[in-house]
Write a protein that binds this ligand. Structure first.
Ligand code: DQA
Length: 158
């Protein structure tokens, strides 16, 4: 079974208790469980990794590039947390493993928040962006990945 990788960056391990008005009460364990269950339903094995370390995320993206080339991985959904707004290294890592599809996902609508959250270093390297759907956004991103690269509605138009 092909894999989809879900990556979560700094502080997302605190989901459920961290600023619930912004991120809700669902824990990361719950998010990972419903992503895995959804993946199984649509025929993909979902693997999840959260790290507070930029380098660990970059190493995993490099490995994902190898898995993609080997035909083992459909793509990656990443919520880079605040690294979104600071990390040129993450941008370069995603560019470096092109054409691995990487979907950027944010729980909150970053554009309706502080100005420093409006810029993303990841967006120019991303295959798609999901913003502001709460934790359901991870499922939107998984479905978007599958629709864009496997079952596009456009290809099914009469
Ligand atoms: C976030 C938005 C970022 O600005 C913030 O630093 C996060 C979470 C989100 O999911 O809405 O850690 O990526």
């Amino acid at each position: 079974m092909k894999k989809i990788l879900i990556l979560n960056g700094p502080n997302l391990n605190l989901l459920g208790t961290r600023e619930p008005a912004q991120y809700g009460y669902t824990t990361l364990a719950d998010v990972e469980a419903f992503c895995k269950a959804h993946g199984e339903k649509i025929g993909y094995e979902v693997e999840c990794l959260q790290s507070n370390w930029e380098g660990a995320l970059i190493d995993r993206i490099h490995e994902a590039g190898r898995q993609y080339k080997a035909g083992e991985l459909l793509g990656v959904v990443i919520n880079p947390g605040a690294l979104t707004h600071t990390s040129i290294s993450l941008h370069d890592a995603i560019k470096g493993v092109d054409p691995l599809p990487v979907i950027e996902c944010h729980i909150s609508n970053v554009h309706a928040r502080e100005e420093f959250r409006h810029h993303s270093w990841v967006s120019p390297a991303a295959a798609g962006i999901v913003v502001g759907f709460g934790v359901d956004g991870y499922l939107v991103a998984i479905d978007g990945l599958v629709r864009k690269y496997v079952n596009s509605a456009a290809t099914k138009m009469p």
